[in-house]
Write a protein that binds this ligand. Structure first.
Ligand code: ATP
Length: 608
């Protein structure tokens, strides 16, 4: 029942970890916030849109690697083509995701835009289809545990959607109510995975009288107030889901599982009237589509597998009829197609994620899945936004529901004692047999678990070694990074210098431009001056030549003069020498005469 209390976000459990710790949400949230409000019905919607089909490849298992089984699928992530190496056949899809694709990548590229449409008021469905062990459950649920309030990197579409949804609603500060349900379809029987009690009346499918899909009577729709509430509910549903071991996959799930998320968001119109916008998202994990013989299904299990394949077969037939535009589409031939009727050729926005293995031993299943998915691409749906509901309408709807439940209860009470039809008795016997099978299966499963633990221990050891190697690589990369940083710094400095010199050149060029005329004038003046100077220099050189010849002449005269002086001086010296020697003769003559005169004087004196 709709309850005002649940609309108020203030009443939410404040002790639960806040969903804004979820790292993925904020990037998409702003896009989503701006998209609220009723979108105009586009031309595309009128004509219908093709179902979106994407393919996700699962890498080889450890066993396939150990046995050297080659890869036969050529698929690069984020392309649209996938090629089979054996035949060179190429398939085209809306998107292909290689084996290296992460859970977050799938969520961002495929699911986030669909959540956006659901918030606009569309019904949307995402199917995971493929052979057992190719990752349908991994893609849809993945790891449901959290680590200190954060989802893990292996978390699949469901937990990521829950966290993203609450983050957007909280950011929008919208008044909302979110409900979830989870149904398992196993052996053509429906089971409420959130409330699987054996004493509960069987779930029944009804066509919605308003023609808006189907209603599952008696199905519990849990109101959740946070993503954590939702994840807890899904953990419960997952535990309740039947799983059994087959030769193909140790934890093969042979049931179909439909998880539904319904959001009511309150909108207040300009005139104050309050309307409720409703969006629905079905996340469907189909059972494995493998060949019965190969999966090793036997006896009671063969019956199960047969029924599973019958459901998928009907799904395939429905797809074929829709593609061929048949008047009659056999939706009613299986519960699966009745449940999903609106998602196939109806008013829902639908996406199929086909999961495939890549190793050669799965050749047939790979081809079968790709063919199936290729055909599904041609289905056209005509998505329509759900009509906004007034509160009155909603209350009326719930009153009808209560009335119907009351009459069911009354009918049950009136049957005194134990009432059981022959069909129900047969079913009970079958169920008993199935339980026995289940015990046998669980025993085998325990053995498989033990083997798995052993394998995991080995794997952990290998991973530890790998981690050490990676750490070493990381260190090397870090060193290289440091070097690159230094190199970058150098380049940056050089860049700065180049920039500076460029700026100088630009300034210089500007300066040249600005003073070009002046320079030209100055240059022509300088040229004139230089020409004059050249002329003056020529005169100067002539003058110098003349001076040089005068000097030459002077030098000749000087030489002759010098020579003459030399001769004359020589002559004078000789004459002087002669004169000196003649003077010397005269001197000795005079001395002899003076001596004779002295002697004569002495004789005279002696006489007296
Ligand atoms: N893309 C992937 N990356 C890593 N592990 C994966 C991937 N896909 C699947 N696995 C692992 O392979 C195993 C089988 O996957 P899963 O159970 O999801 O297959 P399935 O298709 O749902 O099988 P079934 O049809 O039996 O339900 C699981 O252990 C899962 O964790």
């Amino acid at each position: 029942m709709w309850n005002e209390h649940h609309l108020s976000r203030d009443k939410r459990d404040s002790s639960a970890p806040r969903s804004d710790s979820f790292p993925l949400q904020n990037a998409r949230a702003s896009q989503l916030n701006s998209r609220y409000g009723r979108p105009p019905r586009s031309e595309k919607d009128e004509k219908g849109t093709n179902i979106q089909v994407v393919v996700r490849c699962r890498g080889r298992t450890q066993r396939e690697i150990a046995e050297n089984i080659p890869v036969i699928v050529d698929a690069a992530s984020n392309t649209q083509e996938i090629t089979l190496k054996t035949t060179n056949k190429t398939y085209t899809f809306d998107r292909v995701f290689g084996q290296e694709t992460t859970q977050q990548h799938i969520y961002d590229d495929v699911v986030s835009p669909i959540l956006q449409e659901m918030l606009m008021g569309y019904n949307c469905t995402i199917f995971a289809y493929g052979q057992t062990g190719t990752g349908k459950t991994y893609t849809m649920e993945g790891d449901l545990e959290d680590q200190e309030g954060y989802i893990t990197r292996d978390a699949g579409i469901i937990p990521r959607t829950l966290y993203h949804l609450f983050d957007v609603l909280d950011q929008e500060e919208a008044e909302y109510a979110v409900r979830i349900s989870s149904i398992e379809l196993y052996n053509e029987e429906l089971k409420d995975l959130l409330n699987p009690g054996d004493d509960r009346p069987k779930l029944r499918i009804f066509e919605d009288p308003n023609g808006t899909g189907v209603i599952v009577q008696g199905l519990e729709e849990a109101l959740i107030n946070s993503a954590e509430d939702g994840v807890r509910a899904i953990q419960l549903a997952s535990r309740n889901r039947r799983i059994a071991a087959t030769k193909c996959n140790d934890k093969s799930s042979r049931s179909h599982c439909v998880f539904t998320l319904t959001v009511h968001i309150k909108e207040t119109l300009a005139d104050g009237e309050e309307l409720l916008k409703v969006g629905k998202l079905n996340l469907v994990d189909l059972a494995g589509s493998e060949n019965i013989g190969r999966s090793g299904a036997e006896n009671a299990r063969a019956r199960e597998a047969g029924l599973i394949n019958q459901s998928l077969l009907t799904l395939g037939r429905v797809i074929n009829h829709l593609v061929e535009h048949s008047v009659h589409v056999p939706y009613r031939e299986s519960k699966l197609t009745r449940l999903l009727r609106d998602s196939l050729g109806g008013r829902t926005k639908t996406c199929i994620i086909a999961t495939i293995a890549t190793a050669k031993i799965h050749y047939e299943e790979i081809i079968s899945t790709l063919d199936y998915a290729s055909r599904a691409k041609n289905i056209r749906n005509k998505p329509e936004v759900n009509q906004r509901m007034t509160k009155k309408e909603l209350i009326k709807e719930y009153i009808h529901e209560i009335e119907r439940l009351k009459s069911d209860l009354q009918a049950t009470r009136e049957k005194n004692g134990v009432f059981m039809s022959a069909d129900s008795y047969r079913l009970l016997l079958d169920e008993n047999q199935s339980k026995k099978d289940q015990v046998e299966e669980i025993t085998k499963e325990i053995q498989v678990f033990k083997d798995n633990v052993q394998n995991l221990t080995k794997e952990v050891e290998q991973k530890a070694k790998l981690l050490m190697g990676k750490q070493r690589e990381l260190r090397e990369v870090n060193d290289k990074l440091q070097e690159t940083k230094k190199w970058l710094q150098r380049i940056q400095e050089e860049h700065e210098q180049t920039k500076q010199s460029l700026e100088e050149q630009v300034a210089l060029r500007k300066y040249h431009q600005q003073y070009g005329d002046k320079l030209e004038h100055f240059a022509s003046e300088t040229i004139n001056t230089l020409q004059n100077t050249v002329k003056d220099n020529a005169g100067l050189f002539n003058k110098l030549d003349r001076q040089r010849s005068v000097q030459e002449k002077n030098r000749g005269a000087l030489h002759a003069f010098k020579k003459d002086v030399d001769v004359k001086a020589h002559k004078i010296v000789e004459e002087m020498l002669q004169f000196k020697s003649s003077i010397g003769g005269m001197q000795s003559d005079l001395e002899a005469k003076a001596q004779a005169y002295a002697d004569a004087l002495q004789k005279v004196s002696m006489l007296y």
